[in-house]
Design a protein around this ligand. Structure first.
Ligand code: SIN
Length: 487
């Protein structure tokens, strides 16, 4: 694999089911590639229907003991898992960079970000409160919170660590057990997390990881199972819609964190340097492969030329390269297919009249690299305006009035994150309230953390991850009426 780790036990290539490392029944494996050079870095076991069923069964059995542990016991296990992740952060970051490509410093940032969910929900595990409601004299009305049951999770490759912990931590805190199918591009980070969960004392069967290439096969087992009571998914909107349809037959609870088309709206009165820095950080984080990254830069006409010129100047400082090179600030995209898709979107926009200002092609570095790209004078009727680009490409659109900005920003089926840059307090409130998005960053694009409810509206999904609201997604509310009381 060519990776020197302090703890080689973190490299696991089998499935983790009921506390055991198991090879698939068929013996099949699939390759994992380094996006920086296209080389194969590992072969991972490829599980299917039977292993998914085994994992669900193990999760159901183990949950009976896990859910009745005291909140402090569950909290301690999560805290220990967090501490082990922190202790092994450098190794975990290396594994992540190797299979996902992001620069090592960014990968380390993700490991700490991922760990923060474990710490947060270790604390929240102790704060699952019920309620006593106003009642007639002859009764008392109580509300208790209970774990939803066995959870199935499907997570993406863009954050191979943090998108797992922010589902698993609240699930375990609530008393649920969980069966995870990580993205086939990045299973090594998930399996390393399972190794640390095991060392932290997460009981066998409470957390299971199923690497597999055939997402449909395992997804079908998850969605059709009557044992699985909830499905949580982060990924594309088309796949989310398919999973929702499949979950209808068992009326499963779902959390869907789907695609985005985030506008960064820069008004004439914005602090221009702050806006440029924010747009840049958001657009090029993880090479533009985040659901909340700036997908459209909407810039008011009075500031448009100055913003564009500063934005382009700032882009020149990017250094495209292998994530392990310490000078690299922009890594590859995940696959050659993704690279071709990004290029097609850019070429399509140019054909429709967008002005290519910089970039616009893949680089000759050898892996799956795309040059940071800016397309100016993009119009709402161009294909790129409604496309989740998922690459280092910034379309810039000019607008005139506040009403135009709001209409343009909302002119999409997505509604995950949005950002505005302005100094005007009235405008901040008016525009924030008018934006049809689950999250609004005002003069700030680094909005993610364990402290906030991450999630979207419209076709960006439903449910919230992180914060006190994140636990609700894994809890049922039960009403108990205690009647027959003498007045
Ligand atoms: C995502 O892209 O889905 C997650 C981004 C984040 O947590 O900041």
């Amino acid at each position: 694999m060519g990776l020197s780790l302090s703890d080689s036990g973190l490299i696991q290539t089998k499935a983790f089911i009921n506390g055991e490392w198991v090879a698939s029944n068929s013996g099949a494996e699939f390759p994992i590639f380094n996006p920086a050079n296209g080389e194969t870095i590992a072969q991972v076991t490829n599980v299917g229907e039977q292993e998914a069923k085994d994992a669900i069964e193990a999760a159901q059995a183990s949950m009976q003991e896990w859910k009745v542990k005291s909140p402090a016991e569950r909290s301690n296990v999560l805290q220990r898992w967090h501490d082990l992740i922190i202790d092994n952060a450098d190794d975990l970051a290396s594994i992540l960079t190797l299979e996902q490509g992001k620069p090592l410093a960014e990968a380390k940032g993700e490991i700490l970000y991922g760990a923060s969910y474990l710490k947060w929900f270790a604390e929240e595990a102790k704060r699952i409160y019920g309620d006593i409601l106003p009642s007639a004299q002859d009764r008392r009305s109580l509300v208790i919170k209970q774990p939803v049951g066995v959870v199935a999770a499907i997570t993406p490759w863009n954050f191979p660590n943090a998108m797992i912990t922010r589902k698993v931590a609240p699930a375990l805190a609530a008393g649920c057990s969980i069966v995870l199918k990580p993205a086939p591009e990045t299973p090594l980070s998930a399996l390393a997390l399972a190794e640390l969960a095991d060392r932290a004392g997460v009981p066998a069967g409470v957390f299971n990881v199923l690497p597999c290439l055939n997402a449909e096969e395992v997804g079908e087992v998850f969605t059709s199972s009557t044992t699985v009571k909830k499905l949580t998914f982060t990924g594309s909107t088309p796949v989310g819609k398919l999973l929702l349809r499949q979950c209808a037959d068992t009326v499963k609870r779902t959390s869907m964190e789907l695609g985005g088309n985030a506008p960064v709206v820069v008004f004439d009165d914005a602090d221009i340097d702050l806006a440029v820095a924010g747009a840049l950080a958001s657009k090029f984080r993880n090479s533009g492969q985040t659901c909340i990254c700036a997908n459209r830069l909407l810039v008011q006409e009075g500031i448009y030329d100055r913003f564009l010129s500063k934005f382009i100047d700032a882009i020149k400082a990017f250094r495209l390269g292998d994530g392990f090179d310490k000078d690299t600030t922009l890594g590859p995209v995940i696959t050659d297919k993704a690279l071709m898709g990004i290029d097609a979107v850019v070429k399509g926009a140019i054909d429709q009249g967008a002005r290519l200002v910089t970039g616009g092609q893949s680089s000759d570095l050898g892996g799956w690299f795309y040059e940071p790209t800016v397309l100016a004078d993009v119009k709402p009727d161009m294909g790129i305006f409604n496309k989740e680009i998922f690459g280092p490409v910034a379309p810039v659109i000019k607008f005139k009035t506040d009403a135009d900005a709001i209409a343009l920003a909302n002119d999409t089926s997505f509604g995950l994150a949005s950002y505005i840059y302005t100094q005007d307090i009235s405008r901040i409130w008016q525009v924030s309230e008018a934006l049809e998005y689950g999250m609004v960053g005002v003069n700030e694009t680094a909005i993610s953390s364990e402290l906030i409810p991450f999630g979207g509206v419209k076709e960006s999904g439903h449910g919230r991850e992180g914060s006190k609201y994140g636990l609700d997604d894994y809890l049922e509310t039960k009403y108990i009426c205690m009647g027959g009381l003498s007045a």
